[in-house]
Ligand binder design. Structure first.
Ligand code: FES
Ligand code: FES
Length: 171
């Protein structure tokens, strides 16, 4: 059987342009960790159920185990490595440390990316909204209280996306 032809793609990864070819059936998670060496993105269920492999695709969280690398052509992808690119923790990362938002840390890259996308919406956040948004990301260590507190702390410090205790729908 003839080898499948590589697919040419051009996209932006963590703010840098990338152009080259990828195997047509390679999933994004494998491409990021393999060809690009971005091993901050972790491998969990490989079934789009745990959120461990979450990256941002054009600003929105996606499971990198559930899509092909070829499908990022023309898109902007961000991995956890982009957060501290300048050598400093983002307010969200610092809050994860302060509030003990991780224990083993395996789910943390995915949690950070999902939460980053939420904070970047700039919308006012409530505990209910945060819980709802973060339900795509599981933590086997059960660090949920710390994770939610960290997002709350980061939102409160952020100029965009102020924190409010108001319930959704209450003006
Ligand atoms: S490894 Fe992708 S969602 Fe679990
Ligand atoms: S901190 Fe261990 S899985 Fe979440």
């Amino acid at each position: 059987m003839a080898a499948e032809e590589a697919v040419g793609i051009r996209f932006e990864i963590n703010g840098e342009p990338w152009e080259g070819t990828v195997p047509p059936t390679e999933v994004l998670l494998d491409f990021l960790r393999g060809a690009l060496g971005l091993i901050g993105t972790k491998r969990g269920c490989e079934w789009m159920s745990c959120g461990v492999c979450t990256v941002l695709l054009d600003g929105l969280p996606v499971s990198s185990c559930g899509m092909l690398a070829a499908d990022v052509d023309g898109a902007e992808v961000r991995t956890v490595e982009s957060l501290s690119a300048g050598g400093e923790l983002t307010p969200l990362q610092a809050a994860f440390v302060e509030r003990v938002g991780s224990q083993c840390g395996y789910c943390t890259p995915g949690q950070l990316m999902t939460a980053t996308a939420l904070l970047e919406t700039g919308e006012p956040l409530t505990p209910e909204r945060v819980k709802d948004w973060m339900q795509t990301n599981l933590c086997r260590c059960g660090s949920y209280v710390g994770i939610l507190e960290a997002i709350e702390a980061a939102a409160a410090r952020s100029s965009a996306g102020g924190w409010t205790r108001a319930r959704p729908g209450s003006a």
